[in-house]
Design a protein around this ligand. Structure first.
Ligand code: BGC
Length: 723
């Protein structure tokens, strides 16, 4: 017996030392043949809130997962969501993914992926539960802040380097939430009805890029239903598309509590079940994990002949492959945690993602300020806390107020709260490092802010949403497009003082700004993580010239947008059932595709973002399938412009958007410097998905290539013909 154990252990060890794919596959075969049925079953489901078993007698490690996309989640208790109270798990918080997308710079994605990958590795995690690339469909979406915006091309280009960066550290990503999880309100019971063309053109491309180009090692099924099947065990999405069409050889992980049926889980592509306890199944039983759908019910089903073992072997093979890619990877390193390099990365990404939405009269950057009045709860509230599963326990979070005080040591920087959200001091088990108790009335807070503004050179308001429930938070959508907590009245009162007013909107969603016309400077400040204060001070002071561009549209009003009927959102409840049917009847006309088609002017368009310098575009020209255009920095400070390429199909057998993003490049230019930017125009950039033929089709004819600084700021267009 002893000899046999040693032999098996050495199989694993030998495999660990060899990373060549065919070798790994052979080692997997060898291990698979040694595993008992019970050991295989054990590997397919959780043993605790965030871990699943290995095979101890063979030295196959456990799998440990961690949220999330923006930082490494603190340890929780074995069986509970509550924090475990460890003192070594306070992480670096990176900007939320909307901010990363707003950099429009794939290099920032790579930096992000590598940095967060190192933090996950240091914490000895196997799988990082992110990134999220669900398309921003509607400004109420509670988790839009965790995703990469409304455009499949932008999300696709930005997700690939993130995936590769994380996985270069021998930590797997888990791309989520696959698929069609575009709102939170009925996330466990909503059945999405979407046509195939829209599915393939809008909702799948970012996932596909993460898998086929990024090489993602795991994917998380989402909570909702599609084709009346939950997406954690959905035949069409997981078996036919993900594992079939895209050749995915990694692991499908259920979202926590997203598995509902053993037979479907066995056959429809789920490999690893997590969190089932969380939806109440045998809640409180000591053997809860044995009752998971892929635990005893699966074992019993195999023993009784209800299920065969081919599916199980496939699942275990995938899990072992994941092990060789991560825990057992040759030379797996140790990672780094909360180091100066990670802080610098977080600050750089944040600085590149902040978007200057408006800057009338060049109010920004702040100069010659003797007194700066900082107003708004978001100047002091910990915004790394809250929001749901991406909530973090951070080593530090520099607030905007602290950042401005540090950047302007010679100015008097004073704070007035202006409004209160009634935020709890302790949220998600983390204590905010600021006493948020407030006894003044809303009117008094506004009056105090106005009084303090009278002799201020600048008034900078940090408002927006705040990751509280209903304000950019998992599990719940927003319920109003307007800003909460009486912020409109505050901003209007401050605008009336005539001081140089700047509104910094902290959110991962578009919000209404009815006062936008009377506020000279507006900045989109996202959720920026540990370095929030520094990054905002960098941009407001002009140390960093803003170069972020919006990854989604800000309409003036909700009714301007593509989703406005109950059928579209939140869906119609079926009689006598829990299920809501949601109809994506806007089709491919999501985000700017809708506003352009309807000729509706948004408040701030997709791709919009200003700079402290200016850029001049030359005439675009197309030769063959290459487009070139020159861009010049015509101002007097160094800056970066995101040159955007949109393509429109003038005549087509199906209705197509006026134009769609098909390329972008961020160029850094010195004052007076020019650059020539070239884009390839591959067939994919011109094709649409023909649902009947189930393939991408390029219809010959005339196309228009538009180059610009935003989707509504096209600087040069050129027509070209495809024969
Ligand atoms: C969320 C996932 C998350 C998981 C684990 C779920 O509720 O939807 O995004 O990764 O919990 O925390």
């Amino acid at each position: 017996m002893k000899r046999r154990l040693i032999l098996l252990a050495s199989i694993v060890l030998a495999a660990a030392c060899s990373q060549k794919a065919p070798d790994i596959e052979k080692q997997i075969d060898a291990i698979l043949s040694q595993l008992t049925l019970e050991e295989k079953i054990a590997m397919t489901h959780a043993q605790s809130k965030f871990s699943s078993p290995g095979v101890p007698r063979l030295g196959i490690p456990e799998i440990w997962c961690t949220d999330g996309p923006h930082g490494i989640r603190p340890e929780v208790l074995w069986d509970k969501w509550s924090q475990a109270g460890w003192t070594n798990d306070s992480c670096t918080a990176y900007p939320a993914l909307t901010c990363l997308a707003a950099t429009w710079n794939p290099e920032m994605s790579r930096l992000y992926g590598e940095s967060i990958g190192e933090e996950a590795l240091y914490r000895r995690k196997t799988i990082l539960l992110g990134p999220g690339v669900n398309i921003y469909r509607h400004p109420f979406g509670g988790r839009n802040f965790e995703y990469m915006g409304e455009d499949p091309y932008l999300s696709g280009r930005m997700v690939v380097p993130y995936v590769q960066g994380v996985q270069s550290k021998d930590v797997a990503v888990c791309v989520k939430h696959f698929a069609l999880n575009n709102d939170e309100i009925h996330r466990h019971t909503v059945n999405v009805n979407v046509d195939d063309r829209t599915l393939y053109e809008i909702y799948l491309p970012a996932f596909k890029a993460a898998v086929t180009e990024g090489g993602a090692w795991s994917v998380m099924g989402s909570y909702n239903l599609y084709n009346n099947e939950h997406l954690c065990h959905n035949k069409k999405i997981l078996v036919d598309i993900l594992k079939g069409e895209w050749g995915f050889d990694g692991v499908v992980v259920s979202d926590w509590g997203g598995c509902h049926d053993t037979g479907q889980a066995v056959r429809n592509g789920l490999d690893l079940e997590y969190g089932t306890w969380t939806d109440g199944l045998t809640m409180g039983a000591t053997n809860a994990y044995d009752n998971y759908f892929l635990a005893k019910p699966y074992l019993d089903g195999i023993k009784s002949g209800k299920y065969g073992t081919d599916e199980l072997d496939d699942k275990v093979r995938r899990l072992l492959r994941l092990q060789f890619r991560t825990n057992l990877a040759e030379g797996r390193g140790h990672g780094r945690f909360v180091c100066p390099e990670h802080s610098a990365a977080a600050r750089r990404i944040a600085g590149e993602g902040i978007v200057l939405l408006k800057n009338e009269g060049g109010v920004l950057p702040v100069k010659d300020a003797k007194k700066i009045l900082v107003v708004g709860e978001n100047a002091v509230k910990m915004l790394t806390v809250g929001g749901g599963s991406s909530s973090l326990k951070v080593k530090y979070e520099l607030s905007p107020l602290a950042g401005l005080k540090a950047r302007f040591p010679d100015a008097e920087v004073v704070f007035e709260r202006g409004y209160s959200s009634g935020a709890a001091v302790v949220q998600d088990g983390v204590s905010a490092k600021f006493d948020l108790a407030e006894s003044r009335t809303p009117e008094q807070m506004v009056a105090d802010a106005v009084a303090a503004a009278q002799d201020a050179d600048y008034v900078i308001v940090f408002g927006g949403l705040n990751k509280n429930k209903l304000q950019d938070c998992e599990g719940k959508d927003r319920v109003e497009y307007g800003l909460p907590y009486g912020q409109d009245a505050l901003v209007e009162a401050l605008a009336a003082t005539g001081r140089k007013l700047v509104f910094v909107n902290i959110s991962g969603n578009a919000v209404a700004m009815p006062w936008a016309g009377s506020v000279p400077a507006i900045v989109q400040g996202w959720y920026l993580g540990s370095e929030a204060g520094n990054a905002l001070a960098d941009v407001l002071s002009g140390d960093v010239n803003p170069s972020g561009k919006l990854p989604f549209t800000f309409p003036y009003e909700m009714k301007d947008g593509p989703v406005f009927t109950e059928e579209q959102y939140p869906g119609i409840q079926r009689e006598g059932e829990d299920i809501f049917d949601e109809y994506y009847s806007e089709g491919v006309f999501v985000g700017y595709r809708w506003y352009d088609a309807k000729g509706v002017k948004p408040m701030f368009a997709f791709g919009h973002g200003l700079s402290y310098t200016s850029f001049e575009y030359g005439d675009a020209s197309v030769s063959g399938r290459k487009l070139s255009v020159s861009v010049k920095n015509t101002g007097d400070v160094v800056g970066a412009e995101v040159v955007q390429l949109y393509i429109g199909d003038s005549e087509c057998s199906v209705p197509r958007p006026v134009r769609e993003l098909k390329g972008f490049r961020k160029v850094f230019l010195q004052p007076g410097e020019s650059a020539k930017v070239t884009f390839d125009i591959p067939d994919e950039a011109l094709s649409f998905f023909d649902a009947d033929a189930h393939k991408w089709v390029l219809e010959p004819g005339e196309f228009t290539a538009c180059v610009g600084s935003a989707s509504d700021d096209i600087r040069s267009s050129v027509k070209f013909t495809v024969k």
